[in-house]
Ligand binder design. Structure first.
Ligand code: F6P
Length: 324
């Protein structure tokens, strides 16, 4: 197996709070080993267009507390083509990069896997997405911060909801996953969450209304995942089917992705960053480092991106019981 001397690090896909803490940890842990670190800007775009520069330990000073990503990020169309990946590989060779560290979500890790298989370049993935939708890790970098941001927003929305006796449908991100919606609903004391994973035959809206939500309360808050028409869709239905209710919609949008990472995300990102270098040293290839029961785990990237991560029914039950 080729000895590792130089690594490349990039962030790709949607930015997530804590990505900087991960870049910092990877950079410092690699330099600690005596390796060189090449920072790749704008994800796969930067690798294709040679937007790469060497990092020192100072390059990541004072970044652990910052949201977004100092490496910038992008979603690259060109990387999806074999020609794009060939250009990316040429730049890997040009800089003598022996392994790639990719911090990102599902799409980014799928890209990493593709490149690894095509060109036999070792890649290590770090789960970086607010969606928490990667299999094999209990949490992803950025999820805890986004969850806290949502809860803070919903607490504020509740002031208006109670003052005006309104039903608020609050739409949150998560792409195809309902972790943000379900857990922020529990944490904010919301009355219901409408999530894609709860795909039983039960109509989630009818169920929420049917539970007699307005019998004991004059206002309610429903967290809705962005999928399938999101909050607008459900608000429209209530306006048509239950015109007696005063309905409002609030779409939290990209403010969920911004802001300082929480202590949890900073610690998680720091641990995963160091673990990713340890993994390379141990000869691990094409894995994602994750956290399971507070212990570092290695998950084959192929599993992390392909297997659906389920939402525990217990969480659904908790919200149902506590929202009476
Ligand atoms: O994957 C992170 C995420 O914020 C999703 O929750 C959301 O669906 C998507 O990215 C939005 O992407 P963009 O910032 O490109 O609009």
């Amino acid at each position: 197996m080729k000895e590792i001397r130089n690594i490349g690090v990039m962030t790709s896909g949607g930015d997530a709070p804590g990505m900087n803490a991960a870049i910092r940890a990877i950079t410092r842990a690699a330099i600690y080993e005596g390796w060189k670190v090449f920072a790749i800007y704008r994800g796969w775009e930067g690798l294709i267009h040679d937007d790469i520069k060497e990092f020192s330990t100072e390059s990541v000073s004072s970044t652990i507390q910052r949201g977004g990503t100092i490496l910038k990020t992008a979603r690259s169309e060109e990387f999806l083509t074999p020609e794009g990946r060939k250009k990316a590989y040429d730049n890997i060779c040009k800089h003598g990069i022996d392994a790639l560290m990719v911090i990102g979500g599902n799409g980014s890790l799928a890209g990493a896997q593709e490149l690894a298989l095509e060109y036999d370049i070792p890649v290590i993935g770090l789960p970086g997405t607010i969606d928490n939708d990667l299999y094999g890790t209990d949490s992803t970098i950025g999820y805890d911060t986004a969850l806290n941001t949502i809860v803070e927003c919903v607490d504020k929305i509740r002031d208006t909801a109670t003052s005006h006796d309104r039903i608020f449908f609050v739409e949150v991100m998560g792409r195809d996953a309902g972790f943000l919606a379900q857990n922020s609903a529990i944490a904010a004391g919301a009355e219901a969450a409408i999530i894609p994973e709860d795909n039983t035959d039960i109509d989630q809206l009818a169920d929420f209304i049917g539970r007699g939500i307005r019998k004991s309360k004059n206002s309610s808050i429903v967290l809705v995942s962005e999928k399938d028409g999101g909050a607008m869709h459900y608000a429209e239905r209530v306006r048509n089917e239950y015109p007696e209710y005063n309905v409002k919609v609030s779409i939290l949008g990209h403010l969920q992705r911004g802001g300082k990472p929480t202590a949890y995300d900073r610690i998680l990102a720091s641990r995963l960053g160091v673990a990713s270098i340890e993994a390379l040293k141990e000869g691990q290839r094409n894995i994602m480092v994750g956290i399971k029961d507070d212990k570092i785990v290695y998950v084959p990237i192929s599993r992390a991106i392909k297997i659906d991560k389920p939402i525990d029914r217990e969480l659904i039950n908790v919200l149902t019981i506590l929202s009476i």
